[in-house]
Each structure stands twice: as structure tokens, then as C-alpha cells.
Write a protein that binds this ligand. Structure first.
Ligand SMILES: [Zn+2]
Length: 308
């Protein structure tokens, strides 16, 4: 079993305002956790810079150019109420795209069985032409399109267990039955979308959780909504929008998941990937804002990906 890990020092140079939860220390905490002895077998690769053409698989050229033009020579520029860019943000975002597309290449070429990408900025709130919610480009959506364009994948499933609804991913694939989007998330919560009634072309499966729900409700959502949808869809690739802000310690939401819940969900998705996708599974970091909860949850997730 080869589990590849992508990261890059440039991700630490996407700077956010003081006190902002989406901060470089998140990746430092993850890197530290993955230094433990049990992770010696990880295939660690420095993320490549992404292609502009990859971004254009999902976002209009004018949007990409607006983000690039917003980058300041120094300091920070806000592009929405809670999303800002610093001098290296475009390069970091392009390298997050590069890791996501390289990860897809790896699972199709057989270079890796599965991949975890520890990158920032995250992506699932980025709509076709709107950056928001700490996100610039939608890495998961770009990865899905890349799998279809470059590797001939017909059906790609994106499973998003970040505690916030991935409005951006839903927006991008709303009318596209070749991509299944399944999300568990707290409702009500930012960004406000993600009701069960939002079903797109029958390819959107929202499984909202209530504040104070925990592992039992999360697993029930998986067992009754997410996993049956994957079983019906039989994807050629599973992409995980892996946010860890549904952890009980997280300050941005009120869901009470623990490490074992992420471990369990990872195992269930690996099982489906084995059944339908020749094991191909690509996991992309989204949220997760309590450093301890984030690091230990990522460790549980990656340990399971490694088959241990
Ligand atoms: Zn989130």
C-alpha cells in the first residue's frame, strides 16, 4: 500500500490577518503529527506548481486573473469579509491546485494507492466565479475535472465531511450528473446552503447535521445517505474534501466528532474505492481550526489511508 503525502513550504506563506482561524500553524501542526514513527512509510513528495489550464477547468479566466491582480506587493488585501490574500497567496493557491491534480495523476498511474494533500488555502467554498470562506480556487472540483479530462474518468464522487457545506463544489457541479457531491455539515451554519432539498441533477446529496450532533449522527448520515449514493453511482475516483472542523474541539462549529469517527469514515470510503475505483482515493485538506483536534484527526485519517 503506497500512501503519498503532498505538501510544500509555500503553503505557509499564504498569510491571513492576526487571529484568523485559517492560519499557517494549521499545517505546522499537521506536519508535526505526521513526523511520528508510524508515518515513516509515507511517500512524501513536494507539491508541484499547478497549471493555469487546470484552474480554467472550473473557473473562468477573468476570475483567475482577478485573484492574481488582487495580490498585494506587501501586506494583506481582503477579497471578502473573511478571505484575504498576501503576496504569496496566488503561488500558494496554484500549488494547492498542483498537488490536487498531481494526486489524481498518481492514483491513475499507480504511483500511489491513495494520497493526502496537506495544502492551503482550502477550496470547497470557492464557487465558479466567487472566492469566499477562506477559499480561492476549488481544489476538489479542479481535481475531479482533471480526472475526467486527463484520465477519462466518467464518474467522480466528491465526499465532503468538512463541518461547513461546500457551496462552491455544489455550485460547480449543480447540473452535472457526471460528478456526485455528498456533504455532511452542520446546519444552520456558514455558508447557509446544504439543505436536503438541494439535489441538483440528482447528483447532490446533502446530509445536514444539527448543532451538538456527534459521531452517531455522523455515521448514520454516512450509512443512510452518503454510502448508498456512492453505491448507486459507482465512481471511477473518490475525492475527499477532508475538513476536520467537525471535531469536538473545533471553535467554528458545534459538532462533536472524535478521531475515531474520521478513521471510520476513511475506512468506509476506502472500502467503496476498492469496490468501484480500483482503490483510487484522493483526500484534500479543507478546514479544521483547533490545532490539536486537527493534527490528531489528520493522523487518524492518514493512518487509515496507509492501511494500518
Ligand atoms: Zn469548514
Amino acid at each position: 500500500m503506497v500512501t503519498r503525502l503532498y505538501s510544500h513550504p509555500i503553503y505557509l506563506e499564504h498569510v491571513t490577518p492576526p487571529g484568523h482561524p485559517e492560519r499557517p500553524d494549521r499545517l505546522r501542526a499537521i506536519a508535526h503529527a505526521l513526523e511520528a514513527e508510524g508515518f515513516a512509510g509515507l511517500d512524501r513528495v513536494e507539491a508541484p506548481k499547478g497549471e493555469r489550464e487546470s484552474v480554467l477547468l472550473v473557473h473562468p479566466a477573468g476570475f483567475m486573473e482577478r485573484i492574481e491582480a488582487a495580490i498585494p506587493a506587501e501586506g494583506l488585501v481582503r477579497i471578502d469579509a473573511d478571505t484575504s490574500v498576501s503576496p504569496k497567496s496566488f503561488e500558494a493557491a496554484m500549488t494547492a491546485v498542483g498537488a490536487a491534480t498531481a494526486a489524481v495523476d498518481d492514483v491513475f498511474s499507480g504511483a500511489a494507492d491513495n494520497v493526502f494533500v496537506a495544502s492551503r488555502p482550502p477550496g470547497h467554498h470557492a464557487e465558479r466565479a466567487t472566492a469566499m470562506g477562506f477559499c480561492l480556487f476549488n481544489n476538489a472540483a479542479i481535481a475531479a475535472r482533471h480526472a475526467q479530462k486527463k484520465h477519462g474518468a466518467e464518474r467522480v464522487a466528491i465526499v465532503d465531511w468538512d463541518v461547513h457545506h461546500g457551496n462552491g463544489t455544489q455550485d460547480i457541479f449543480w447540473a452535472d450528473p457526471s460528478v456526485l457531491y455528498c456533504s455532511t455539515h452542520q446546519m444552520p451554519l456558514y455558508p447557509g446552503t446544504g439543505a436536503k432539498s438541494e439535489t441538483g441533477a440528482g447528483n447532490i446529496v446533502n446530509a445536514p447535521l444539527a448543532p451538538n450532533d456527534g459521531g452517531e449522527a455522523f455515521r448514520d448520515a454516512f450509512l443512510t445517505r452518503v454510502l448508498p449514493a456512492i453505491d448507486r453511482f459507482q465512481p471511477d475516483l473518490i475525492i475527499v474534501s477532508a475538513g476536520f472542523d467537525a471535531h469536538r474541539r473545533d471553535p467554528l462549529a458545534q459538532i462533536n466528532l472524535v478521531e475515531d469517527d474520521f478513521d471510520w469514515a476513511t475506512g468506509e470510503l476506502m472500502d467503496r474505492a476498492q469496490r468501484y475505483s480500483a482503490g483510487r482515493l484522493v483526500s484534500l485538506l479543507e478546514g479544521g481550526y483547533d490545532l490539536q483536534g486537527l493534527a490528531s484527526s489528520v493522523a487518524a485519517h492518514v493512518r487509515r489511508l496507509m492501511g494500518s
